[in-house]
Design a protein around this ligand. Structure first.
Ligand SMILES: *[C@@H]1O[C@H](CO)[C@@H](O)[C@H](O)[C@H]1NC(C)=O
Ligand SMILES: *[C@@H]1O[C@H](CO)[C@@H](O)[C@H](O)[C@H]1NC(C)=O
Ligand SMILES: *[C@@H]1O[C@H](CO)[C@@H](O)[C@H](O)[C@H]1NC(C)=O
Ligand SMILES: *[C@@H]1O[C@H](CO)[C@@H](O)[C@H](O)[C@H]1NC(C)=O
Length: 464
C-alpha cells in the first residue's frame, strides 16, 4: 500500500517537475527563436555600427594602377568636375543581363520611397512628350552658368526640351513657382555637393525667375558658396561646395591633377557646421569619386585609387563612396538642433558613348530612352547600390533622433536622358577646355528642370 502510494505520488511530482522544466525550455526556445529571427534582420546594421573602416577587402580593385593611368587624369576646370576615367562607354549589353540589374534596383528603391503616397512610386515611369517645351530660355533666366548655356553655344536641336517625366501610377505635377514660393515662405534650402548640385540649384533659380528675383547675399563671389535671398518670401537658397562630402586636402596645392587626400572619417565642416538651421538640405555626390584619391581613416592611409604607389592598397570608387556617405550621414545625425529634412539626390551616371571622356567619348543623342531600353550596369550600378545602402542606415539612425530623410532617386530617371548634356555646346569650338564633350552636366533649360518637379512633390508629401 505504502509502496503503491509512493508509486502513485512519484509520477505526479515528476509530471509537475517535467511541466515546469518543459515550460522553462519552451520559454528559452521562444527566446532563441525570436533571437534567431531578429539577428539576421539586424546583423547587417550591427555590423555597420561595429565595422572598422579597414575591414573591407571586397571592395579592392582587381589590379594595381600604374603611373600611366594616373597621367590620364586631368585637372578640374573652373569648378567643373571630371567624369569617370575608367568609363567603358555605354555600349548596350544583352537584355538578359539588363533585366536583372533593373529588377534589383527597383527592389532596392521601393523600400526606401520617401513617404507620402506610398501607392505611387514616382521613379518608375517614362519620359513622355511635352510639346510646349521649357518654361524659360537662356534669355529669360539670369542664372545659367556659361558651360550649361547650350543655346548660346549653338546647340541646334530643341527636342530635348520637350519631355516630362510620367510616373506609371500617377502624375508628377509640374513645378509651380508661385506655389513653391508659398510653400517655402520663411524657410531655407541648402544644396551640398559638386557642380551637378550647382547645376540643380541654377535650374531651380531659373524656374523661380519667372516670378521672383533673389538678392545675392553671398559672403564672397565664390560660386561654390552662394546664398540667395527672396525678400518677398523670406526664403533663402544656399550652396555648399563639397564634392567628396568629407574632409579633403590636395597632395599638391598647385597641381590639381595630383590625387586628393580623402579623410573618409572626418566631417567637411564647410557644410556640416553650416546646415544646422536649414529647413531643407539636398545632398549629392558622384563623379569626383572616380578621380585619383588617397584614402585615410584615423589619419592613416588605408588605400588609394589611381595612385602610383605600389605599397598602398588599391581600392575602388565605391570603397570611398560608401565611407564618404557614412560620414556625411553621421555628421547630419550628430546635429543636435537640426529640425529640417534631408533629401538625398541619388547618383547620376554620365553618358559618354564611343569612348572615354578624354578619348573622344560624346553624347550626341537627341531623344530619351524608353525605360526598358536601358539598364545601368557595372560600376554605375555599384555606386548607386552602395549609396542606397548607406542611405538606409543613415535614415534609420536619423529616425531615432527625429531627423527626417527623403530619397530623390534620380538615377534611373536620368540614365534615360543621354540627350540632355551640353556635349560640345558648353563652350565655343575655339576654346580649349578640359572636357571637350561634357556628358556629365546638364543643359539649362534641360531635363534637370524636372528635378524640381520631384523636389516640389517630395516637399509636398513631407508637409502632408
Ligand atoms: C541665347 O541663345 C541664343 C541662341 O539661341 C543666342 O543667340 C544668345 O546669344 C543667347 N543669349 C544669352 C544671354 O546667352
Ligand atoms: C495616391 O496615388 C494614387 C495613384 O495615382 C491616386 O489614385 C491617389 O489619389 C493618390 N492619393 C493621394 C492622397 O494623393
Ligand atoms: C525669416 O525667416 C526666419 C526663419 O528662417 C525667421 O527667423 C525670421 O524671423 C523671418 N523674418 C521675417 C521678416 O519674417
Ligand atoms: C557670412 O558672414 C557672416 C558674418 O561673417 C556670417 O554670419 C554668415 O553666416 C556668413 N554666411 C555664409 C553663407 O557663410
Amino acid at each position: 500500500m505504502k509502496h503503491h502510494v509512493i508509486n502513485e505520488g512519484k509520477p505526479q511530482i515528476l509530471t509537475r517537475r517535467t511541466l515546469a522544466t518543459s515550460s522553462k525550455i519552451l520559454t528559452h526556445l521562444i527566446a532563441l527563436t525570436l533571437f534567431l529571427t531578429i539577428l539576421p534582420i539586424y546583423y547587417p546594421y550591427i555590423r555597420y555600427i561595429l565595422e572598422k573602416p579597414t575591414s573591407t577587402s571586397s571592395y579592392d580593385l582587381p589590379h594595381i594602377q600604374t603611373t600611366a593611368t594616373l597621367a590620364r587624369h586631368h585637372p578640374l576646370y573652373r569648378g567643373h568636375l571630371l567624369p569617370a576615367t575608367h568609363q567603358k562607354g555605354n555600349d548596350e549589353k544583352p537584355p538578359e543581363k539588363k533585366e536583372r540589374g533593373r529588377e534589383e534596383v527597383v527592389l532596392t528603391r521601393r523600400g526606401s520611397d520617401g513617404g507620402g503616397n506610398k501607392s505611387c512610386d514616382l521613379y518608375s515611369g517614362e519620359w513622355v512628350e511635352k510639346p510646349e517645351g521649357s518654361y524659360y530660355t537662356n534669355e529669360t533666366c539670369w542664372a545659367i552658368q556659361e558651360h550649361q548655356n547650350c543655346m548660346k553655344f549653338g546647340r541646334p536641336d530643341r527636342d530635348f526640351l520637350k519631355w516630362r517625366w510620367k510616373p506609371n501610377e500617377c502624375e508628377l505635377p509640374e513645378f509651380d513657382p508661385v506655389k513653391f514660393l508659398e510653400m517655402v515662405r520663411g524657410k531655407s534650402l541648402a544644396f551640398v555637393g559638386d557642380s551637378v548640385a550647382r547645376n540643380h540649384m541654377q535650374s531651380l533659380l531659373c524656374l523661380l525667375s519667372r516670378v521672383a528675383y533673389p538678392n545675392d547675399v553671398s559672403n564672397s563671389s565664390d560660386l561654390n558658396f552662394k546664398r540667395y535671398e527672396y525678400p518677398d518670401y523670406n526664403f533663402t537658397i544656399s550652396i555648399f561646395w563639397s564634392p567628396y562630402l568629407v574632409n579633403t586636402e590636395r597632395t599638391d596645392r598647385q597641381d590639381i591633377t595630383q590625387p586628393f587626400k580623402l579623410f573618409l572619417d572626418e566631417f567637411d565642416e564647410s557644410w556640416t557646421s553650416n546646415i544646422e538651421n536649414f529647413n531643407y538640405v539636398i545632398i549629392s555626390a558622384g563623379q569626383w569619386f572616380f578621380r585619383p584619391t588617397i584614402f585615410y581613416s584615423d589619419r592613416h592611409v588605408i588605400g588609394c585609387l589611381y595612385c602610383p604607389q605600389t605599397n598602398i592598397r588599391h581600392r575602388s570608387s565605391s570603397f570611398s563612396y560608401r565611407r564618404a556617405w557614412r560620414t556625411a550621414f553621421r555628421a547630419i545625425n550628430s546635429l543636435n538642433n537640426f529640425k529640417g529634412v534631408v533629401f538625398l539626390r541619388s547618383f547620376v551616371p554620365s553618358h559618354f558613348e564611343g569612348g572615354q571622356w578624354d578619348k573622344g567619348g560624346d553624347c550626341v543623342r537627341t531623344k530619351p530612352f524608353k525605360s526598358n531600353e536601358r539598364v545601368m550596369e557595372d560600376y554605375n550600378l555599384e555606386m548607386y547600390k552602395t549609396q542606397l545602402q548607406e542611405y538606409k542606415y543613415g535614415e534609420r539612425d536619423g529616425r531615432r533622433k527625429g531627423i527626417k530623410f527623403g530619397l530623390m532617386d534620380m538615377t534611373h530617371v536620368m540614365h534615360l536622358r543621354p540627350d540632355g548634356h551640353p556635349s560640345k555646346y558648353g563652350h565655343w569650338p575655339s576654346q580649349k577646355v578640359t572636357m571637350a564633350n561634357d556628358c556629365v552636366h546638364w543643359c539649362l533649360p534641360g531635363p534637370i528642370d524636372a528635378w524640381n518637379d520631384f523636389l516640389m512633390e517630395l516637399m509636398r508629401r513631407e508637409l502632408r
